[in-house]
Design a protein around this ligand. Sequence first.
Ligand SMILES: C[S@@+](CC[C@H](N)C(=O)[O-])C[C@H]1O[C@@H](n2cnc3c(N)ncnc32)[C@H](O)[C@@H]1O
Length: 256
Amino acid sequence: MPGSPWDPEQYGRFAAEREQPFWDLAGLLERHAGATLVDMGCGDGRLTAQLHERIGAGSALGIDSSHEMLARADPPANGEVSFVVGDISAWHGSGFDIVFSNAALQWVGDHKEVLRRWRESLAPGGQLAVQVPANWDHASHLVLTEVASQILGADAPPDPVATNVLKPEDYSTLLHALGFKRQHVRMQVYTHLLADTEALVEWMKGTSLNRVKRLLPPDEYESFVGAYRERILGVLGYQRPFFYPFKRILFWGSLV
Ligand SMILES: C[S@@+](CC[C@H](N)C(=O)[O-])C[C@H]1O[C@@H](n2cnc3c(N)ncnc32)[C@H](O)[C@@H]1O
């Protein structure tokens, strides 16, 4: 999939803040020594390789649709970690002990069907662990949707988090329906103290603004970011520092 708007540099600007939910999610995993692991929407693969190492997995496969992200992947020489370009909404495999996905599932629709496919990719006794953002109702996201519809009209892309992400209790029900015997589902608020309100724009440029970036030529995208900046400063005011509460849903299921 060429032309992905994901920019590893921009995404990495808030690496520490974005990493904490990854490791909280990893903390839900059990029985991982020697496990075969697939990381859906693995980004640049840095965390995939660290996860493989930290949990003592037997092998790890990272899948991402972004050539730009995967171009950064630097798998260890032992051949236990590999990466492929692919679409996590269509992907299915078999015999994996762990299907893991941090901050990627929100980009695709029909979670019931996608999670059914991911569950089918598990070996007997396997585990599924997924984290999705749930911050669609914060001004950062509502203003983006508003400015997009003002500037792009009918072409404005909907907020995938608002459109695709289910309620925690719906993931819980789905895990049960898919045959997971044990589960843990929670909504967690991550707190971020950003330098100022301007930094919120930089945060959004790393992720949510990508849905506009992919539609516009560079100069028009820069004007869009300018309009978004002006509106968000109007709504939130200039705050230094800026306190940013960010809701996320973490869910884990075990087939045994
Ligand atoms: C927010 S990043 C998360 C990266 C990594 N999981 C992490 O925790 O750092 C989301 C990733 O999902 C990928 N992605 C979005 N839609 C995808 C799709 N349909 N198939 C595969 N990857 C996708 C993007 O390319 C991006 O690398």
